[in-house]
Design a protein around this ligand. Structure first.
Ligand code: MRU
Length: 345
C-alpha cells in the first residue's frame, strides 16, 4: 500500500481523508497543491510527508526549468520555504527538504535540466530508502515481540504513514510474517481518527488480527492483562530520547509504565532531531478546532465552546523502553546512545 509515488509524470497520493470508505488516488504536478495536500492531511505521517516534500521540490523545479539560473535558484528558495511551512512537528519534512536543498547547492554549475534530473533522483532515493528503513526496523523490532503477544498501537504508523510497510506497523507486520501469531489493539486516535480509519483498515487488509478500541479504553485493557506491549511511531525524537508523536501517546506511555508494560517507539533515524537536546524544543502543531467540534462533518459540541487542539504530545524518555531504528534497537541511557546514531551508516 503505497500512499505516495510518482507515475506518468505526476505525483500520486492516496487521499487519506477518504479512507476507509473510499480509496481515491489524487494526481499532482503543482508544488503549491502538493503543499496544500500536506496541510490538509491528504498525505500524513512523518516519513510520508518527507517523501512528498521531496517530490514537491522536484515538481517545483520543473515549473521553473526555462528560467535563467539566478531566477531558478530564487524560485527554488520559495518552493522549499512553502513546503517547509506546511506542518511544524514532523522533522522528516525538514530533513527531506534539506536533502533536496543540498542537491541544489552542490550542482550550481550544471544546467537547470541537469539539476532537475538530480532532484528527481534524490526524491526517488528518499522514497526507496524509506521503504528499506521500514523493512530493517521491522526485522529488528520483531525480535522484541513474543509469540502470541497482543500489541497496542496509537495513531497510524503504517504503510500509509511512510513510503510503504510502516514503522510501528512495520514491526507488527514483520512479527506477523514471522508467524508469531500476534494480535493488535488499535486506539481510534481522536480527533482525526487515524487509528480507526487507517490502522484498522491497513491491518485488516493484511489479515493481521486487529481490535479497535476508543482511546479511553486502553488503560482498562492493560489493567485486565490484555496488552503485552505498546508500539508507536514518532514525528520527532530529541537527542535525549523524548518522543513527539500523535496526541494521546503520552497518556498511553503513562498507562504502560503504571502497568509494567514495555513502550516501544519505532522510527527511522530521519525522525531523530540530533540538533535538539530535549522534547521541550519541539514545536507542537495546533490544528483547527473543527476537528474536535465535528466528527465526519457532524457537529458534536455547542457553538462557541472553548477548545484546544494540539496535534502531538511529547512522551518523556523515562517512559520509553526502547527505540527501534533501521540501525538497530536503542536502549537507555538515550542521551548517550542516540547521538551515537548520528552519521553512523
Ligand atoms: O498527524 P499525523 O497523522 O501526520 O500524525 C502521524 C503520527 O503521529 C504518526 O504516529 C507518526 O508520524 C509516525 S508515522 C510512521
Amino acid at each position: 500500500m503505497k500512499p505516495v509515488y510518482c507515475e506518468d509524470g505526476e505525483l500520486k497520493l492516496i487521499d487519506q481523508t477518504k479512507l476507509p470508505t473510499e480509496l481515491i488516488i489524487r494526481s499532482y504536478t503543482d508544488h503549491r497543491e502538493i503543499a496544500k495536500a500536506i496541510v490538509d492531511m491528504i498525505v500524513r505521517g512523518a516519513p510520508a510527508i518527507g517523501v512528498t516534500a521531496g517530490y514537491g521540490v522536484y515538481f517545483g523545479a520543473l515549473e521553473y526549468i526555462d528560467e535563467p539560473k539566478a531566477i531558478f535558484y530564487d524560485k527554488m528558495k520559495e518552493v522549499c520555504a512553502l513546503l517547509a511551512a506546511t506542518r511544524p512537528t514532523a522533522v522528516n519534512l525538514f530533513w527531506a527538504i534539506r536533502r533536496m536543498e543540498k542537491v541544489l547547492a552542490d550542482n550550481q554549475d550544471k544546467t537547470c535540466s541537469q539539476i532537475i534530473e538530480l532532484l528527481r533522483e534524490e526524491a526517488d532515493d528518499i522514497c526507496a530508502e524509506d521503504i528499506k528503513m521500514c523493512k530493517d526496523m521491522g526485522k529488528h523490532g520483531a525480535e522484541l515481540i513474543h509469540a502470541g503477544d497482543t500489541i497496542l498501537t496509537h495513531c497510524n504508523a503504517g504503510a500509509l504513514a511512510t513510503a510503504d510497510y510502516g514503522t510501528a506497523l512495520g514491526v507488527i507486520r514483520a512479527a506477523h510474517e514471522a508467524g508469531k501469531n500476534i494480535s493488535v489493539y488499535a486506539d481510534e486516535t481522536r480527533p482525526f481518527l487515524q487509528g480507526a480509519r487507517l490502522t484498522a483498515y491497513e491491518l485488516q487488509a493484511d489479515g493481521i488480527p486487529v481490535t479497535l478500541i476508543t482511546d479511553n479504553m486502553a488503560g482498562w485493557m492493560m489493567k485486565q492483562g490484555k496488552i503485552d506491549g505498546v508500539i508507536v511511531g514518532a514525528d520527532r525524537i530529541a537527542s535525549n530520547g523524548d518522543v513527539a508523536n500523535k496526541i494521546g501517546t503520552y497518556s498511553v506511555s503513562v498507562l504502560a509504565k503504571a502497568h509494567g508494560i514495555p513502550m516501544y517507539v519505532a522510527a527511522p533515524t530521519s525522525t531523530i532531531d540530533f540538533s535538539i537536546k530535549s522534547g521541550d524544543e519541539i514545536v507542537i502543531e495546533e490544528r483547527d478546532c473543527r476537528e474536535i467540534s465535528h466528527i465526519c462533518g457532524i457537529q458534536i459540541a455547542p457553538d462557541g465552546v472553548a477548545m484546544e487542539n494540539p496535534a502531538f504530545d511529547v512522551t518523556p524518555h523515562q517512559n520509553v523502553t526502547a527505540i527501534i531504528t533501521e540501525k538497530g534497537v536503542v536502549y537507555p541511557p538515550f542521551d548517550i546512545n542516540i547521538p551515537k546514531l548520528s552519521g553512523e551508516k
